[in-house]
Design a protein around this ligand. Structure first.
Ligand SMILES: NC(=O)c1ccc[n+]([C@@H]2O[C@H](COP(=O)([O-])OP(=O)(O)OC[C@H]3O[C@@H](n4cnc5c(N)ncnc54)[C@H](O)[C@@H]3O)[C@@H](O)[C@H]2O)c1
Length: 319
């Protein structure tokens, strides 16, 4: 790639599930990638294959502290994403979202970089509107156990839009819906990885509630394509833009699919629904379709097969 089009791109949370796939994609596209991570939930295993690439750099850093580097674009993904992890230290979770956003926006302001925020469908809370379009303001509990994550992400969005209004920053806010694929944590309680690991071990598959709550599942490669398209979109498109797969499945259907695909002898085990767990969640992706020409293309069965292969290998390695 020519020097003129090679960008210096920073990915915070770059050693995590989504961040590491984004680093792969940006390196493949010929950019210089600076991966910033404090390894709270991320791991070097996710990026070890990039370490020898001269266009890849890794910095151990906590985004709640300022960082001074020269960059053209910033993808801000740093934040624990699963309830198990973000509830371990809820104060740090809010700090990561809020102080992290302030620090990264400050960096973007100083370097005039374009900045992308990995927001979440959790900003819609337990939605009263279904599917959720971007102009729905959400139904969020400000004082519950999930609030450190949900409200942290909402405040980060506020900061992004205030930096745009006040300082003319070029911002891109994506609201990410449930995404799955290789490099998810094997035991962080997220439904797809949970089910696959339980099925591969022939352990009971835990379903919270009666399993009739629905979720949409987006394969990671589709999502990363959406990230890159949003970052490359015209400056007037700040977002928020929903990115997710509108295909809707009940949790019970997912469990049955995973059992079939792994040939597992696992049985379903029902447990009480945790508080604030949304009953329905599905993205309205009309905006992404119209402005980015983006729609997910990978079928659940295809994505699940790839994820199952990854977890089979991981469990084999761990013995
Ligand atoms: N995976 C999904 O389905 C999903 C859905 C909605 C939003 N998101 C958002 O996407 C982003 C990435 O999620 P993920 O699924 O890859 O989770 P992940 O836990 O695998 O990745 C998060 C990364 O951020 C790092 N990190 C956490 N706190 C940090 C800090 N203070 N400083 C530096 N690094 C820090 C972690 O070590 C990890 O590598 C998160 O912001 C998450 O909120 C993900």
């Amino acid at each position: 790639m020519q020097y003129a089009i090679r960008k210096r791109v920073m990915v915070t949370g770059g050693a995590g599930f989504l961040g590491s796939h984004l680093c792969d994609r940006l390196i493949a596209d010929g950019h210089d990638v600076l991966c910033v991570d404090n390894f709270f939930t991320g791991t070097k295993d996710n990026i070890v294959h990039l370490m020898d690439d001269p266009h890849f750099e890794l910095v151990r850093h906590d985004v709640t502290f300022p960082l001074y580097v020269e960059v053209d674009e910033i993808y801000n993904l740093a934040c624990p994403a699963s309830p198990v992890h973000y509830q371990l230290d809820p104060v740090q979770t809010t700090k990561t979202s809020v102080h992290g956003a302030i620090n990264m926006l400050g960096l973007a302001k100083r370097t005039k970089a374009k900045i992308f925020q990995a927001s979440t469908s959790e900003v819609y809370g337990d939605p009263e509107v279904h599917p959720q379009p971007e102009d729905y303001w959400g139904h969020v509990n400000p004082i519950g156990r999930r609030s450190c994550y949900d409200e942290g992400k909402r405040c980060a969005e506020t900061l992004f839009f205030d930096y745009r209004r006040q300082h003319n920053l070029r911002i891109k806010v994506a609201r990410i819906f449930n995404t799955y694929g290789p490099r998810m944590h094997p035991n962080d309680g997220r439904v797809v990885s949970n089910f696959i690991v339980q099925a591969l071990r022939n352990e009971p598959i835990t379903i919270y509630g009666d399993g009739s709550q629905t979720r949409s599942f987006c394969f990671v490669d589709d999502l990363i394509e959406g990230f890159v398209r949003l970052m490359d979109s015209p400056d007037d498109l700040a977002g928020p833009v929903n990115l997710g797969n509108p295909g809707e499945f009940t949790i019970r259907e997912l469990a049955e699919k995973v059992i079939n695909m792994t040939g597992s002898s696992s049985k379903l085990r029902y447990e009480p629904l945790p508080s604030d767990d949304p009953t329905q969640r599905r993205p309205d992706i009309a905006l992404a379709r119209e402005r980015l020409g983006w729609v997910p293309t990978i079928k659940l069965e295809t994505g699940l097969a790839t994820a199952i292969e990854y977890f089979e290998e991981l469990l084999r390695e761990r013995g």
